[in-house]
Every structure is written in C-alpha cells, then in structure tokens.
Design a protein around this ligand. Structure first.
Ligand code: PLP
Length: 427
C-alpha cells in the first residue's frame, strides 16, 4: 500500500526500492538522533517549568509592549535552555542576518576589529561586515575585519589566529554551520577548543557564535562552552516550524543590554517591543523544536547516504557525526542542482505545482535556486533546498518538519535527476 501511495506521488518502483534499502541501513543513526531529541526535549520542558510558563504568556500585547509577560518569560526560557544570563527573542528581529548584524553593530565601535577565525562568514554577512562594500556596513562605521581561513581539512590555523589578534580585536565571530560552503560544520567541542585558545590569548575578546541551523543537534549549545553570545533565526531550528518570524540572541547580560539598546533605542532596550500575538507560536515552536530538528536531521542523514552511494561527494559524509541540519551534495553541474531543487519542490505540501528557477537574490553574489513549499515563507526548518549557481555546483538541503516528508522530498529529487539522465539507480 505504501508503494502505491509513493507511486501516486510520482515515484518509480526503482527509486522507491532504492530508498527502502538506504533507510534500512540507517537504523542506528536514527536511534542516535532520537536519543539526542529526547534529552533536548527534556531540557526545553525543564526550562519552561523553571520559568513558570503559564497560559497568560500567550496573550497579545500591543503598543509599546511595557510589561509584556509572554515576551519577558520567553526570554527567560531561552536563557535557561542556552544556560545564559539573559536573552532577547523578538518578532522585531526579522531574520538570522538581522540578528547577527544587530549583535555586531550593538557591540562594535569605531576603531574596533572583528575577527573570523573560521574563514569566510555566511554570504549575507559579507555586506554587513563590508567584505563586499555596502552602505551602512560595519566598515563604513570604521570597524575593521580580519579573517583566518580554515585548513584543507577544516582544521583551525592556530598560529594564524594568534597572529591576527591585536589590541584592536574586540570581537570574534564563529559560524557553527558550514552555510554555503563545503567546509566542515563545527562541533560544540571544537568551538570550545577554539574559544579557550582565543580567550587564553586575550581574555576580554567577546566570542559570538552564529548558531543558525545548529540548535538542538547536539545535547549542549556553544553558550555552555564559553561563547559570550549565541545568535540565530526562529524560522530555522528553534522556531520549530511554527514561529512565523523572529530571531534570538542569548548570552551575557551586559551584552544583551547593548543588543537591546541597538534593536529599540538607547535607554529603552528590552522594555519595549510588543509581541503582537505571536507568542504562542514562539513557545509551542520552541517546545517542538528538538523533535522537529531531529526529523530534519534524519532527512540529512538519509540524503547523505543515498547520494554518496550514487557516487556524489556529500558533506558531511554518510558516517560522520552531525553538528547541523544542512546536507551538501556536490553535483558539479548546474542542471543537476536545478533538477534536485525541482524534485524537492514537487514533494511540498504547499506550492508543489510551481517550478523553481535560479534568480539574483538580495545578499547573494551569484544566482541562487531555492526550493521551498513552506507554510512560513522562506522557512528553512521546513523542507527546502538552496543551490548557488556557481562551482562546485553544490546543493544545500535542509529541514523537514516530519521525517516522511523529508524522505519523500529526497526520493523526488532522485526521481528528477533520473528523469534528466543524470543518475542511474543501481540494481
Ligand atoms: C541562514 C543563515 C544565516 C542568515 O539567516 P537568514 O535568516 O537567512 O537571514 C546566517 N548564518 C548562517 C550560518 C545561516 O545558516
């Protein structure tokens, strides 16, 4: 019966059977993901109980939003989960890039230097920092930037990092996830090693971790191993698919105050910013996020295994430990990236009938094709795929609120590649 259902959704017998074989080989990996999700679920429940989340937290606040209990309590819940002194969790933070830009511009002052010890940051941050010139960038405000690249095996260049740190170095930005690169994602243990090394050289450097796509993948967060600030988007992991907008920053109290001063206004800070009725989705999304993240993780593991066996380079590979929900597959040609994304789109519950095309997205330096049939526009905790149309023609696949949907999407991508004559399914 399941086969008939798959066929009715456009899959061939060959692809269905190949998928079943791959899934059967992943039992242990899936069990491990379920265990991580269980621990994190308990951590979230504990954070909610410790902060006495109550039904009145879901009430709507409007206007200035003074004494918005739902908002203030949620920020305590985030601080408890991330084991930080304070947090800022707001619908007024429009996306991950905004949360990161906000944090950098709140803390850095003219003459300060920002260091990335893990290579080039996420594409959209290039304009924020001024690596690519842009009005309003940090560079325009006199904040300089240094970068130390990772080695060929994504190892830290400790000598280079030491040499790059000077009196001017105020802040370090560490991107946990690989983003649109083919480097390795950093584990929380590796982030710990890096932060210890840096603080040993200059203890007052503020270490910020771009935590996008990393939340709930392990049983600890970078804020537990020395990061002064962790930053992320609510339309990725921590929003659990329900948050319709938002970003968070969690960390040291004095730094969160600076970030709040930049978000609203000096003097007003966290006191204003009405939550406008989104609170229930923020709470419920955070509650579901550990399980949702593990569903997405299962999809990533499945995709890695499936495409690796077909001879493509996959990052991470099918046996590596996981530190974010992104799966990269290198296809080496644009037609394959496009076919893959069309396959993902065709599996969606929403907009399955539309065909994605590459286009010039704001913030990116090449055309990008994006597949997403999401309930929340652009949400990438929902099943989605992005492919910048430039070498090595890799596709970045992530999300999946449910495992069966992630599985269907990946099988549909394979079906599309097969239809284009790009892959042959082994017997
Ligand atoms: C998605 C992402 C961002 C930017 O978030 P947006 O919500 O797309 O603006 C920044 N850094 C990393 C690592 C990301 O994955």
């Amino acid at each position: 019966m399941i086969k008939e259902m798959y066929k009715s959704l456009g899959l061939s017998e060959e692809v269905i059977e190949y998928g079943e074989k791959i899934e059967a080989s992943l039992k242990d990996r899936f069990e491990e993901a379920a265990r991580v999700a269980e621990i994190n679920q308990l951590r979230v429940i504990k954070a909610m109980q410790d902060n006495k989340v109550a039904v009145e937290c879901f009430n709507t606040a409007t206007g200035y939003g003074y004494d918005d209990v739902g908002r203030d309590t949620l920020e305590k819940v985030y601080a408890s989960y991330f084991r930080t002194e304070d947090a800022l969790v707001r619908p007024q933070i429009t996306c991950g890039t905004h949360a990161l830009a906000l944090t950098l511009s709140a803390i850095l002052r003219p003459g300060d230097e920002l260091l990335s010890p893990v290579g080039k940051p996420y594409d959209t941050l290039e304009e924020v920092i001024g690596i690519r010139q842009s009005p309003g960038s940090l560079a325009e405000y006199g904040v300089s930037y240094k970068q130390v690249d990772l080695g060929p095996d994504s190892e830290f260049d400790f000598d280079g990092i030491k040499a790059a740190i000077s009196d001017k170095t105020k802040m370090v930005t560490i991107q946990r996830s690989k983003g649109y690169q083919t480097r390795k994602t950093l584990s929380v243990d590796r982030i710990e090693e890096l932060i210890k090394f840096i603080k040993n050289i200059k203890p007052d450097i503020i270490c910020m971790v771009d935590n996008c796509y990393g939340e709930f993948v392990e049983t600890k967060e970078p804020s537990e191993v020395g990061a002064d600030l962790v930053v992320g988007s609510l339309i990725k992991n921590p929003g659990g698919g329900l948050a319709p907008i938002g970003g968070y920053v969690a960390g040291r109290k004095d730094l969160i105050e600076l970030v709040a001063y930049r978000l609203t206004s000096p003097g007003l800070g966290k006191e204003v910013g009405a939550s406008l009725g989104v609170m229930q989705s923020f709470y419920q999304g955070f509650f579901l996020a550990p399980i949702i993240t593990s569903n997405a993780l299962k999809g990533a593991i499945f995709a890695a295994s499936l495409y690796e066996k077909l001879g493509f380079k996959v990052i991470p590979d099918s046996t590596e430990s996981r530190h974010d929900i992104i799966q990269a597959v290198e296809f080496g040609k644009p037609e394959a990236v496009i076919a893959f994304c069309k396959g993902i789109q065709s599996a969606a519950p929403v907009d399955s009938h539309v065909t994605p095309e590459p286009w010039a997205m704001p913030g990116y330096d090449s055309d990008v094709i994006m597949a997403a049939g999401a309930f929340v526009q652009g949400s990438s905790i929902e099943l989605s795929a992005d492919g910048p149309i430039k070498p090595p023609y890799a596709v970045y696949f992530q999300g999946g609120l449910t495992w069966p949907h992630a599985k269907l999407g990946i099988l549909k991508s394979l079906e599309a590649l097969k239809a284009e004559g790009i892959v042959e399914i082994p017997r």
